[in-house]
Design a protein around this ligand. Structure first.
Ligand code: SAM
Length: 243
């Protein structure tokens, strides 16, 4: 039929688009593994453990493009829980959607293109909000924090994972060597993109330290905020509650 004929090029295009996104995701994952020596998987696992998702909960994963956290959270909230994966970048969202579909996770997951600084969700919608390695790149992180507080239910929790500032004595100099010498070189070799990885290093430097970020969360209205330094503070996990 006429419609049948039209459907063929659509399907082919979808197929191609998926291929492109998978190759981007593949490189992204490889870079994450190389840069963190595989440890980002442990940081994310720790985050999900502290998030303590429970069956039936409604969860929002902000800047969740890769789908990593959603894939780990989903098995703990089913059968009647639901998760919204939200990201400002539609291509990253497509990556996450494919990854979750590959793992057979389709029902109960929604993908929403949105700026975390201006969320299209009602007040008090979620039991849990997670945000991994996304807030550092936001223009107004304090707005995103206010939005997180707004969409949380009373008693709901927010988990924010981000690069931070090393706390172990001696670690700083090794970390400097790694981030200023080695990392841009890895970026050049693997992604052919030295500048992006240079930018990455600088954005980590500029991002507020553990105590400052804790204060920012408190200013946004989150309470009982505590900080977990991971890998000596190279990464910090902040947890806060809406009371
Ligand atoms: N959370 C995922 C993870 O840990 O694997 C992805 C982290 S990735 C380094 C950063 C993500 O933040 C990207 O997908 C990017 O599109 C998203 N992002 C950046 N600014 C954003 C904003 N203002 N609102 C929502 N997402 C944003």
């Amino acid at each position: 039929t006429h419609f049948g004929y039209q459907e063929v090029p659509e399907t082919e295009k979808e197929h191609l688009v998926k291929g492109v996104f998978s190759s981007v995701a593949g490189k992204y994952d490889l870079m994450n593994d190389l840069m963190s020596l595989g440890v980002h998987r442990l940081w994310k696992r720790f985050t999900v453990d502290l998030a303590r998702p429970r069956p039936g909960q409604r969860v929002l994963d902000l800047a969740g493009g890769t789908g990593d956290l959603a894939a780990a959270i989903y098995p703990r909230i089913k059968p009647n829980g639901s998760i919204v994966v939200s990201d400002i970048n539609p291509e990253m969202l497509a990556v996450g959607e494919n990854r979750l579909a590959d793992r057979g996770i389709i029902a109960g997951v929604e993908f929403v293109e949105a700026n975390a600084e201006e969320l299209p969700f009602p007040d008090r919608e979620f039991d849990l909000v997670t945000l991994a390695f996304g807030i550092r790149n936001m223009t107004h992180p304090e707005r995103a924090l206010k939005e997180i507080h707004r969409v949380l239910k009373t008693g709901g929790r927010a988990l924010i994972l981000e690069f931070s500032h090393p706390r172990w004595p001696g670690l700083q100099s090794i970390y400097d060597l790694y981030s200023f010498k080695l990392l841009p070189r890895i970026g050049e070799l693997v992604a052919r993109d030295r500048d992006s990885y240079q930018y990455l290093v600088e954005s980590i430097r500029r991002f507020p330290d553990q105590e400052t970020f804790k204060m920012m969360m408190e200013e946004a209205g989150l309470e009982r905020v505590d900080v977990f330094n991971l890998s000596g503070g190279i990464v910090a996990l902040h947890r806060g509650f809406r009371m």
